[in-house]
Ligand binder design. Structure first.
Ligand SMILES: [Fe+2]
Length: 510
């Protein structure tokens, strides 16, 4: 009897421990299953493709690929790197495949440990001039079901890639936010033919701890999960022989001006770029809903857009405001910037010549400075227009700054006058002073309606530069037709969150 009982007990223990070790083996295998695959580019899209994926466990990783129509059935493989960072439980794997043929579809899969992903297709960029279709949109950060619906619709259009204009998620350091976003992107941004759609991302304030003026480490999830060109903060990509894409960082981990990014932008715009030039960055120079006078928007208008105009940018993609936006063609900022630079440089020079250490230049001793700064230029003798008022403000501000700081430079004077009510008021009258409705001007689209909470925009007439503006979920389809020297832009709107409509759209001629 006792023996029988012992036997039963031993058998039970054996079965339990077998089940237990089996589940450990199963779990260990689950841990390295490659999930959440994202395709990007780090260099030429004609001959390379980069990708990352995530696993819970650490193991060696490989990327496999072969042309879809290859007679040789063997996949080539490359070793991927594996890394992690503080604040995540995941291991990230990724690498760049080089030496690909242009205009070619490849079958690919990835492997970590002995676990493979499903096979998928990716496609390289053309080496000859041909039509290109891409989508543009941003701000997918909040309503998950809505953003999934927008991704589903976007993939149906079978684009070559998506320009994503930042604010992927809400909390920059929330693993679960990012997990869900990658899950959605990986599951939905794939066409009926099993082709994964590459993303060309720009960083937004929700990718960075604090939103603005952060460092790379403050955006650890963004920088660890997307493999991008160069320093990854701002970069250029040539897609095919006709299109150049410039992705910029609107004060999140790189300054709009006063740091290396503006020097990079000047240098890059002077390079031998493709005929069609498109810029993308998160915070709009021309917001459809938020303050027109926020610091970042203002410095974009003062420092980036004059360069865009000088180099004939064809289209600029913006986001952040959670609406649907198309602006009028805006020009004249190049001329304005020349005038502003001259006013600041000459005003500083005059102030340095006139400065008398015995005098007191504080605002309470210079009523002109207070009046001008407050926008009440009519109170100052000899000043008849806002532009003349800015000219005078530069002079008085320079005197004050010399007294306060000792030495002064362009940026110090600019930063000071840019804070004034006068400077802000000036923008409302911009079309009166400069040729703002210029046929050679730039169209700005976007404003981020990829699932983020929509914001009521009362009227397109509220701001002089708006053409069509509304609180609507959206993304834009852009068809570049090089033979016709035309780019066709078609807004796709998810109206009242239950019906997709395609607006008539418009063309940008080159
Ligand atoms: Fe934003």
């Amino acid at each position: 009897m006792i023996n029988k009982r012992k036997k039963l007990l031993l058998t039970t223990i054996l079965i339990i421990s077998l089940l237990f070790s089996f589940s450990i083996i199963l779990n260990a295998q689950n841990e390295v299953i490659p999930t959440r695959i994202v395709l990007t580019w780090q260099s030429n899209p004609q001959t390379t493709m980069s990708m990352t994926w995530r696993t819970e466990g650490e193991a060696d990783s490989l990327i496999y690929y072969k042309p879809q129509n290859a007679e040789n059935k063997n996949f080539k493989s490359i070793q991927a790197k594996t890394w992690t960072f503080e604040g995540t439980k995941y291991w990230i794997h990724g690498s760049e495949i080089k030496g690909l043929e242009p205009n070619t579809k490849y079958i690919s899969y990835v492997k970590t440990g002995n676990k493979k992903s499903d096979e998928f297709i990716f496609e390289t960029a053309p080496s000859k001039s041909e039509n290109i279709t891409f989508l543009a949109g941003g701000d997918s950060r909040t309503n998950r079901e809505d953003r999934r619906e927008i991704m589903r619709r976007a993939a149906e259009l079978d684009p070559d890639f998506v320009m994503f204009t930042g604010d992927f998620i809400t909390s920059p350091l929330s693993e679960s936010n990012w997990e869900k976003w990658f899950e959605d992107w990986s599951e939905l941004m794939i066409t009926d033919d099993n082709k994964r759609i590459p993303i060309v991302p720009a960083i937004g304030n929700h990718e960075v701890k604090g939103g603005y003026f952060g460092k790379r480490k403050d955006a650890a999830f963004y920088y660890n999960n997307f493999l991008l060109p160069g320093n990854e903060k701002y970069y250029k990509l040539n897609y095919g022989p006709d299109l150049t894409l410039l992705n910029l960082d609107s004060d999140h981990t790189s300054l709009v001006y006063g740091g290396p990014q503006i020097e990079w932008l000047k240098k890059t715009l002077n390079e031998d770029n493709n005929e069609w030039l498109i810029t993308q960055y998160h915070v709009p120079g021309w917001p459809s809903y938020k303050s027109f006078h926020n610091e970042t928007s203002r410095s974009i208008r003062d420092f980036w857009i004059p360069l865009f105009e000088k180099h004939n940018i064809d289209l600029s993609i913006e986001a952040n405001d959670h609406s649907y936006k198309v602006t009028k063609k805006i020009g004249g900022l190049k001329e304005y910037k020349q005038e502003l630079d001259q006013m600041i440089n000459e005003g500083m020079k005059e102030a340095k010549e006139d400065y008398d250490p015995e005098e007191d230049y504080t605002p309470w001793n210079m009523p002109e400075l207070s009046a001008l700064s407050g926008g009440d230029w009519e109170e100052v003798e000899g000043v008849n227009t806002t532009l003349e008022a800015i000219d005078e403000l530069v002079y008085y501000t320079s005197l004050y700054l010399i007294q306060d700081k000792g030495d002064i430079d362009y940026n110090m004077v600019y930063d000071e006058i840019a804070k004034s009510t006068l400077f802000n008021n000036f923008w409302d009258q911009f079309p009166e002073h400069f040729d703002a409705y210029n046929e050679n001007g730039i169209t700005y689209i976007g404003d981020g309606g990829w699932g983020a909470p929509l914001r009521g925009v009362d009227s397109p007439d509220k701001r002089w530069y708006l053409k069509d503006t509304a609180a609507q979920y959206n993304f834009y389809e852009v068809n570049l037709i090089p033979d016709d020297k035309t780019m066709k832009i078609t807004p796709h709107i998810w109206q009242d969150q239950n019906k997709w409509i395609t607006l008539e759209g418009f063309s940008v001629e080159h």
